[in-house]
Design a protein around this ligand. Sequence first.
Ligand code: HEC
Length: 278
Amino acid sequence: MRAWVAFIPLICSLTVSAAEGVKPSAQLTVELADGVHTWTTAQLLALPQAQTIKIPEDVSYKRAMTYRVVPMAVLLKGVNPEQHLQAVATDGFAAEMSAGPLLATEKTGSRAWLAIEDPSKPWPELGKDKQTAGPFYLVWTQPKAGNISPEQWPYAMAKVRLLASVAERFPVMRPDPALAADDPVNQGFAIYQKSCMACHRLNGAGDSQLGPDLNHPHSPTEYFAAGYLKSYIRDPQSLRQWTQAKMPAIPASVLSDGDLDLVIGYLKHMAQRRDVAK
Ligand code: HEC
């Protein structure tokens, strides 16, 4: 769930092939401990595990959708549930995810699937003048069971890679190491990784470029007057409006009031830790 940012190379390549009426063939890169695996659309559709599933409430299309999919677990052989993965989209959106939920195969819980757009049967566009969610899109059955947030449905996926945890990769995003693991600030850091980091950097660190840095040079907890920061996160357009704005509204069904307070607590704490980034 995110707005499209102009992605010039993709748009160009689609324009070229649109003239011929055929979508370019796509390739998914999966970087694991044993090396880089590349999968073409045709290879994925030919896997014995390929199947058709229905997603009753699709996060990107906001309606029921039916897809050809393969279980994510098939593409993540050798990955442990404790490990950390990142899904990178063609527009710079980068979702941070723990491997556990992506590997889960129980029928009763949340399950992750790679939806594959067949170029001969393209999906609908995500909006007027927008692309489709393809060529690859991470979708979930029973997302509520695993508390899967909209940011964990990356579309236009280009790459999945095994990485060290966010705290290891970006020490300047870490709260004060003296805090207990279950301190509210550390809980807020976990929510930040799940709900905000796919678009924002903090203290200059992160892999995404979609939104502004949330601590450098200043923290929004410092320059938003009381109350406005919460209403902004809930609905950015409620505060100021322009047509190109890209931050989605984050309703309570996605981020509870308690979790919103925790994430703001983390941002406030980090406003005191700008010096660690120097
Ligand atoms: C899908 C991408 C996306 C996600 C997820 C996202 N943001 Fe944003 N955010 C943006 C973009 C892009 C902007 C710049 C304004 C715009 O284009 O809407 C922004 C702007 C902001 C601003 C305003 C900063 C300023 O000085 O104007 C704040 C504060 C903010 N985001 C906080 C958050 C927090 C906290 C979260 C997580 C709970 C979050 N955002 C999740 C994309 C995102």
